[in-house]
Design a protein around this ligand. Structure first.
Ligand SMILES: NC(=O)c1ccc[n+]([C@@H]2O[C@H](COP(=O)([O-])OP(=O)(O)OC[C@H]3O[C@@H](n4cnc5c(N)ncnc54)[C@H](O)[C@@H]3O)[C@@H](O)[C@H]2O)c1
Length: 349
């Protein structure tokens, strides 16, 4: 069985690739990644020599290249994670998000259609998406799989659009697909532009912790390995043409999360209680900032038996410990050195 995983050098993708390579030695895993600023092959150092793991450098916005890849490897399944994923970047350059998230996804859908024509048995296109497609909630309520899409940022609009195309290809061409919409992930190997690793890094360096607005924005948080386990389950057991929400049953106001992180960091770094909290600074709000996301993940729990394996406190502690004992990784990412890893490992020039 040949499985294409896109975006496998990114944060979540690397966890999914590792899980599949280790758990399914009889699957050939092809990790396709363009290695943008967010792609880091050092995330996969531990499995890069496994015989069932293959890395392909390439861009999903290139339809010809994608078609030729499908011709070469006859993929049985696609788990699609490659994306531009940072909301702040999408505000500065929305078109980049349309190109990768919408057109890139369509190119993969087209290649699946072409390659699987007349033989859909055992085939599956899995789109990894976000809860941000649902827009924002007020003080109460939860996103369910039937909540209407109402995206507010260019990032969430691009993911909503790609979700719609996946569903449309399912209806129009009978493409076997599943979609999952997941809440905010955290854990090891996350690029330090996102809240938790950014703040861990800033606390280590005694730099300010910039909290948007009044800090009352609320998000649901999920440990990345629990997300990878959910993806494994949905890929193998989910029903075609279905959507599953994935979440941590774990809502936090940003400011409360930051204060918990500060407390745990003071303990780990043996600093005085309150040292890290004193670094908090409130900064001008992000435009179009969604007030609250909260996920009802009961469908995947009841139908497929998935639930998070760690509490937030446990997951956060594991995450902090990982960043503190992997300072080399952090230095390599913040200095930009990680971008030369592909050249060193994969090409002679
Ligand atoms: N991070 C989260 O909290 C979260 C939550 C829910 C859903 N998601 C979704 O999960 C997926 C992965 O998110 P992440 O946080 O790991 O993202 P990431 O930014 O860490 O990784 C994205 C990866 O995609 C690659 N990529 C980007 N453009 C590409 C292109 N044109 N062709 C090929 N590869 C390309 C990058 O090099 C990178 O390795 C995304 O689709 C995202 O929308 C993320």
């Amino acid at each position: 069985m040949n499985i294409l995983i896109t975006g496998g050098a990114g944060f979540i993708g690397a966890h999914v690739v590792r899980l599949f390579v280790n758990k399914y030695p009889n699957y050939n895993i092809y990790n396709l990644d363009a290695l943008t600023y967010a792609g880091n092959l050092e995330n996969l150092k531990d499995i890069e020599n496994k015989t069932n793991y293959n890395f392909v450098k390439g861009d999903i916005t290139d339809q010809k290249f994608i078609n030729s890849l499908f011709k070469s490897y006859n993929f049985d399944g696609v788990i699609h994670l490659a994306a531009e994923s940072h909301v702040d970047r999408s505000i500065k350059d929305p078109l980049a998000f349309v190109k990768t998230n919408v057109i890139g996804t369509m190119n993969l859908l087209n290649a699946c259609n072409e390659s699987w024509k007349g033989n859909l048995q055992g085939k599956r296109f899995y789109h990894v998406s976000t809860d941000e497609v649902y827009g924002t909630l007020g003080e109460t309520g939860l996103f369910t799989e039937t909540t209407s899409y109402d995206p507010n940022s260019p990032y969430s609009a691009s993911k909503a659009s790609s979700d719609h195309f996946v569903r449309a290809y399912g209806e129009t061409y009978d493409l076997p697909y599943v979609i999952t919409n997941c809440s905010n992930n955290y854990g090891q190997n996350q690029f330090p532009e996102k809240l938790i690793p950014l703040f861990i890094n800033n606390i280590i360096q005694n730099k300010p912790l910039p909290v948007y607005g009044d800090g009352n924005y609320t998000r649901d948080w999920l440990y990345v390995k629990d997300h990878a386990a959910a993806i494994d389950l949905v890929y193998h057991k989910g029903k075609n043409h279905e959507t599953y929400n994935i979440g941590g049953f774990n809502e936090w106001k940003n400011i409360d999360l930051v204060k918990l992180l500060c407390k745990q960091m003071d303990l780990k770094l043996e600093r005085n209680n309150g040292d890290s909290e004193s670094l908090i600074t409130y900064v001008k709000d992000r435009p179009g900032h969604d007030l609250r996301y909260a996920i009802d993940a009961n469908k995947i729990k009841q139908e497929l038996g998935w639930e998070p394996s760690v509490t937030f406190e446990q997951g956060l502690e594991k995450t902090i410990e990982w960043y503190l004992s992997n300072k080399e990784w952090l230095n390599s990412v913040t200095s930009g050195d990680y971008q030369s890893y592909y050249k060193k490992q994969y090409s002679d020039s």
